[in-house]
Design a protein around this ligand. Sequence first.
Ligand code: CP
Length: 649
Amino acid sequence: MRSLISIADLTNDEIEEIFLLADAAQKLRAEQPARGQIMATLFYEPSTRTRFSFESAMQRLGGSVISCSDMRSSSAVKGETLADTAKVVSAYADVLAVRHNWDGAVQAMVEHADVPVINAGDGGHEHPSQTLCDLYTLRKEKGGLKGLTVVVCGDLKNGRTIHSLVFALARFGANVVTLAANGMELPQYVIERLEREYDYALAPVAADDLNAVVTETDALYLMPKQPHQLALFTQVDQVIQARLNTLASGLRYDAFYMTRKQKERMKEGTTEGSYPTIGPEFLRQQHFKDTVVMHPLPRVDELSPELDKDRRGIYFKQAAYGVPVRMALLKFLFDRRGAKPTSASPRSRAYESPEELGPQCRNLNCVTLKEPASARKRFEVLFAGEIGTLILACAYCDHRFKVEFIGHVASKRYCAYDQAFAETTRGWLQNHQLAIFDSIKAAEEMGYEPFKSGPQRALMNEAEIKNALSAMSEQILRECRDPDRLLILGVRSAGSQLAQRIALEIETRRGRKVELGEIEIYGSGDELRRVAPAEPDAAPLTLKNREVILVDDVVHTGRTVKSALSIIFRSGRPQSVRLAVLVDRGHREVPVKPNYVGKNIPSSDQDRVRVKLRGVEQEERDQVVIYSIMTPVASSHLSIGGDEKTAVP
Ligand code: CP
């Protein structure tokens, strides 16, 4: 039995097959292949196009539809779970089309349903049947998908149609220019998947011609890996800026895919602010004479009605294709009732924690948090890049986050994850011996004790750390062109703690507050967060034209800084980014040079340098320590070598 939850559930050949069926919609209408079949539409969120076009498609195929005009009049309000609803309605219908406001809710229903389930939009996650309509429209208008350049514009963070669409465009070899409204950039988990699974690279694009028609945005260009790479630098000078601006110049834009601001997914008080629009100016630009304008609709005020009469405004045609495309999709799924699920995405076996207090998805709108009774917490385990950072990707909402602590089930020992443990961790995963914890507290509550490590040597004590931070703060303030545009941005988590201390030092010297933010490399969608000022209704952090000081605890390979820079430049165009680190270990793999360094401590790959800060993970004082890394041994004896009295972390 096949369902459609993600666009990755269909191969490119299958998508082409659906398009051929859609081309023959009139024939399908005559053949009535769904005669005697029933579709249940379960829409927990409002819809016009998706719901009516699915219902129309089913009826045109000869089937019938059962529905609920408003799910608030279903037993959901009495507390019925998604799992039970899926099970029960499976007995009344042959296919379910479900829309829900939680990310991953439809995946949860598939696991309990006995009939095919179609994701008609789950929270801010995916909307794969809309993507089929979008691709079909593009293919009709442009003759194919390979090599097209599509500008996706607006709310790229919360727009589920965007997430499914960019994966599909990547699969078919199209280029994508992201033109996000401020604070609504494409989430890092989407970018990470594009890079990992589709070998896409990100490059800034000359935005001047785009800014002629949309304002308050910055553009980035996603394309199959070719010579263009994201440039790496810590300071934007004019030469580099000019080079960036020419990286992707001369593009021919085939389509603008506009989206509305998804206010229903935004926090109260954060829905206002500027938003790009496409208006009459667009129509007059010679550069866009063959650029079609698409929109999944509904529109609010981001598309001028003047476009309705223009041949390039094809969004009503796009909505009309909803019926033949969904007829084709239903026929495709009915024909595969006995088939095993397949996936175009190379997903590995899902990981489930062997311990009750296992890791939690960090996405607060994920079904695993909203209704744990319907969704077992499961993750794809990823080893990111050559350095082997351990990442969990939620099997329901796809959000990714970095693993902090690992444990060995049989010996009941835990330690902070380190890239040096990548091979050991893979082995434990294969042997079902890997426990993952979000905190030391969770590990210890499950009865785990720390692994032992080699002896530690203190490299900096509390007073030295204080002096180093003070000297760096003074230098930052001295070299800053305009302190009012200063933004101190700490890499989570130790870097973030240090950033707070630097900001405090600068405030004391200046007598005025300085803006403070936090950046999470494998975040759950909100990679950039304001830390201070901490007013609940403060606007999202703005990077444009800011003097950013990126703060981290230790720099070694430079890869963390590279990832942070990638997020920063994707989220806006700062005037400059300078790097402050407490410890520089040397031996860089990528060309990153810190501007402010607390202490240079050249050390080998076998050494681990750890910045321990008072009040963080039970530390009583600030210190920087060095120790040799030893792979934790998966045996029942406690020692892993060295001084057994000293525990890591
Ligand atoms: N495009 C789309 O999903 O529209 P509806 O919300 O009206 O279904």
